[in-house]
Ligand binder design. Structure first.
Ligand code: NDP
Length: 257
């Protein structure tokens, strides 16, 4: 029987000694992921675009709980800022083990009226940024490294009209995830995708105009919480994710069922 590499130290937090970069970590799902990975022992760098107040608050929350965190302003739609944020994160933390591509923009609108600049902005933020961040991160990731992207339940099942651009952008992450799983697998790096269903955030508030409609599209009949998505990301980031790669995991309350 082959000898197994040493697993996590009993009693230690699962991500002790690891360093994570979470894009779009100032609010919503990204903030919950940053807080959860830090609670599991990782040092965390998080990016944001506008809300430096909220980014600072997430950093404070992590530090007050005894963790280490850094906020980096970086517009995901700007290729140079994406690359620079990965370099800065690795530099501040002294290493990089986990990249979480979470920053994203939503756009639900009739197909015919979507303007070219909206197409460019959504694809730059939701597709090009994860591609470039993964490319930059791959130079730092060692065996056991993790790339986890946040897709959407609309990537797999477009249950209502208006999702042409957003679903296109999130479905592109399936190709990226599978292709990178193949390319980085030989280095012991896993690459996965998490598809949230309706999650209560600023982007999609549970008391919003279309919330009741979205909730009834799920099997559970309710919205999820950012922490629900963070729990699955933490699982993939930890030793439990060791043998999961190229996969898409739904955290969608049964939206896809
Ligand atoms: P929110 O709008 O609540 O938060 C978005 C986060 O991303 C903020 O931290 C924001 O920073 C950051 N961000 C947005 N645009 C950029 C940019 N250009 N550059 C850098 N950071 C940026 O979104 P959610 O938490 O709801 O969504 C997170 C991810 O989950 C997205 O990829 C989204 O598509 C996906 N998702 C969400 C679902 C939901 O129901 N909520 C369902 C399925 C998928 P700042 O605070 O500075 O603006």
């Amino acid at each position: 029987m082959a000898t197994e590499p040493a697993g996590p130290v009993p009693g230690a937090r699962p991500l002790t000694g690891r360093a994570a970069l979470v894009t779009g970590g100032s609010r919503g799902i990204g903030a919950a992921i940053a807080v959860r990975l830090a609670a599991d022992g990782a040092a965390v760098a998080l990016t944001y675009r506008d809300r430096d107040d909220l980014a600072a608050r997430v950093v404070e929350e992590i530090e007050e709980a005894g963790g280490r965190a850094w906020a980096l302003r970086a517009d995901a739609a700007d290729p140079e800022e994406v690359r620079a944020s990965v370099a800065a994160a690795a530099d501040r933390m002294g290493r990089l083990d986990i990249l979480v591509n979470n920053a994203g923009v939503g756009l639900i609108a009739p197909f015919e009226g979507i303007a070219l600049d909206a197409v460019d902005r959504v694809l730059a933020t939701n597709v090009r940024a994860p591609f470039l961040a993964a490319q930059a991160a791959a130079a730092h990731l060692a065996e056991g490294g993790r790339i986890i992207s946040i897709g959407s339940c609309l990537a797999e099942r477009v249950a209502f009209p208006g999702g042409s651009l957003y679903a296109t952008s999130k479905a592109a992450l399936t190709g990226l995830t599978r292709a990178l799983a193949r390319e980085l697998g030989p280095r012991g790096i896993t690459v996965n995708l998490v598809h949230p269903g309706p999650i209560d955030t600023d982007m999609n508030p549970a008391d919003g105009e279309n919330a009741a409609f979205q909730a009834q599209l799920t099997s559970l009949g309710s919205y999820g919480r950012p922490a629900d998505v963070a729990a699955t990301v933490a699982h993939l980031a930890g030793d439990g994710g060791r043998y999961i790669t190229g996969a898409a995991l739904a955290v969608d309350g049964g939206f896809a069922a």
